[in-house]
Design a protein around this ligand. Sequence first.
Ligand SMILES: Nc1ncnc2c1ncn2[C@@H]1O[C@H](COP(=O)(O)OP(=O)(O)OP(=O)(O)O)[C@@H](O)[C@H]1O
Length: 243
Amino acid sequence: MTALLETKGIWQRFGGLVANSDVSISVGRGEIVGLIGPNGAGKSTLFNLIAGVYTPTQGSIIFDGEDVTGLSAAERCERGVGRTFQVVKSFETMTVIDNVIVGALIRTTVMREARRKAHEVLEFCGLAGRANTLASQLIPSEKRRLEVARALATEPKLLLLDEVLTGLTPIEAQTGVELVRKVRATGVTVLMVEHVMEIVMPLVDRAIVLDLGKVLVEGKPSEVVRDPKVITAYLGDRHAVGA
Ligand SMILES: Nc1ncnc2c1ncn2[C@@H]1O[C@H](COP(=O)(O)OP(=O)(O)OP(=O)(O)O)[C@@H](O)[C@H]1O
């Protein structure tokens, strides 16, 4: 499988703190990859480096065959990197449809076309009935879906999902899982940060575990959850096989 995304020897320092240390990962086209690890492991930092919020202290990021290390977040979005935020960033005083139109305007300057795209994406995300509601009036699970809709409206090749399933009820999380599967079925590659192992492990093709800013283990979810290093560093004994 050809890689859509590769990070090569990424380091990110914040003053004396090393948030990412020699991180080399790759995400194949059409994969769903989970990025997991304990609090402070460096997951959000890596997301921000991939999305172009930060430029790495050292190392490079290759997206779709191009070195994008020096490109801005907007330039990466144009090339097909779409993202959601851990803290929901939708414009609260705007309607749901207008929020999604903002994303769609990355691809077109024609308002009618942006509106058509936004309606299509809302339908896809199960939010069609909420199009004219103010974003501030959505319940938390709908706000997460709006974040996904806004990112999808930019027509990404790679969708970065930052804890979109965290803090949801089991039924809401299952709806979220189905949405991620649907997104992949349209040909979009997904890299997701998640904390809820029980939900994320059955969903992803591959899991990459970060710990203390480094890649600790990567592999199939079934292998990763059995890895003693992962159990010790993060998952806890209750996740060990046979526990
Ligand atoms: N902008 C910043 N300035 C200074 N330190 C930062 C900055 N962003 C992150 N850090 C630090 O870098 C380390 C990694 O943080 P990061 O948010 O990437 O971890 P994380 O794995 O996403 O954690 P969580 O699961 O809690 O979101 C932490 O020690 C954090 O305090």
